[in-house]
Design a protein around this ligand. Structure first.
Ligand code: G3H
Ligand code: 13P
Ligand code: ZN
Length: 311
């Protein structure tokens, strides 16, 4: 099966009350860890590439890695641009073989967001590619942009129909209290998500796939592994997995996870190098890092997203 769009994945996820995982990829070991877990659990999967990842690893290398994963597993895999910030980068990814792009106009005015999203949709749909739009601003770091908690804003449900009907986008990312990175809630506070906003959006857009960014749950075992081996991460709090399960049961069809993979990889490598100070073969520490990414993704698929067996 060639690399696919998310159209059919989302239709089935919405009906089935589960979500498909969208995992950020930057190199071969990350692609392998994710897709080996997806293959063993027979889960559809979205591999997504940020602007930073594309600048780091190069478009063609990432494209070929994903093609290799598809050939090895035979799974439905979508290749998605994460947080495209202009028509030009979306066009470049569409021309270069991606099956899905995000145009993130969330920091623009509603009119500007609609205008750029519509331009991307027209180009994408003419080439069989699907488009994710965003309304509302998440806090945290994405690429080189840092949004403070004060500058973040929940999605206004009264805007969603206008954006979706005037652009023809295929899915919509909304802000309900998640944020990018490992520091999502202040220590001592209780994590909360605005499920009322999610439900109101779903009521206004029946059957329409909603996307949740900033959905890492920040496993404390990996934070500990980093800090026990020379790291200095302050208290890091993620989204409780029960809340992600709840979102998946509702209208959320795509759940984005990046920071958890970074924690798994870095924690494992720090621990390995601390325990084997004489080793200098990169394969020695990348192998357990890849294995822990695989175990983490397997856990997300089976225990959180509910998309195992849906490929
Ligand atoms: O939403 C942002 C993702 O975590 C990608 O992060 O731009 O540092 O690759 P990055
Ligand atoms: P996390 O930082 O919570 O993993 O979010 C990733 C994301 O939303 C990528 O677009
Ligand atoms: Zn994001």
């Amino acid at each position: 099966m060639p690399i696919v769009t998310t159209k059919e994945m989302f239709r089935r996820a919405y009906e089935g009350g589960y979500a498909v995982g969208a995992f950020n990829v930057n190199n071969m070991e990350i692609v392998q860890g994710i897709t080996e877990a997806a293959a063993e659990t027979r889960a559809p999967v979205i591999l997504q590439v940020s602007r930073g990842a594309r600048a780091y690893a190069n478009h063609t290398y990432l494209m070929k890695l994903v093609e290799a994963a598809e050939a090895e597993t035979g799974l439905p895999i979508a290749l998605h641009l994460d947080h495209g910030d202009s028509f030009e980068i979306c066009k470049s990814c569409i021309d270069g073989g991606f099956t899905s792009v995000m145009i993130d106009g969330s920091s623009r005015s509603l009119e500007d967001n609609i205008a750029v999203t519509r331009q991307v949709v027209e180009y994408a749909h003419a080439r069989g590619v699907v488009v994710e739009a965003e309304l509302g601003t998440l806090a945290g770091v994405e690429d080189e942009v840092q949004v403070s908690a004060e500058d973040s804003s929940y999605t206004r449900p009264e805007d969603v129909e206008e954006l979706v009907t005037r652009t023809g986008c295929d899915s919509l990312a909304i802000a309900i209290g998640t944020s990018h990175g490992a520091y999502k809630f202040k220590p001592g506070t209780t994590p909360q998500l605005r499920f009322d906003i999610l439900d109101e959006v779903a009521r206004r857009l029946p059957g329409f796939p909603i996307v949740l960014h900033g959905a890492s749950s920040v496993p404390q075992e990996f934070v500990q592994m980093i800090n026990d081996n020379g790291g200095k991460m302050p208290d890091a709090i993620g989204i409780p997995e029960e809340m992600l399960r709840e979102a998946a049961r509702r209208a959320v069809c795509k759940i984005n996870i990046d920071s958890d993979l970074r924690l798994a990889m870095t924690g494992t490598i720090r621990q390995y190098l601390a325990q084997h100070p004489g080793d200098f073969d990169p394969r020695a520490y990348l192998k357990p890092a890849r294995a822990n990414i695989k175990a983490l993704v397997r856990h997300k698929i089976v225990d959180v997203l509910g998309c195992d067996g849906k490929a």
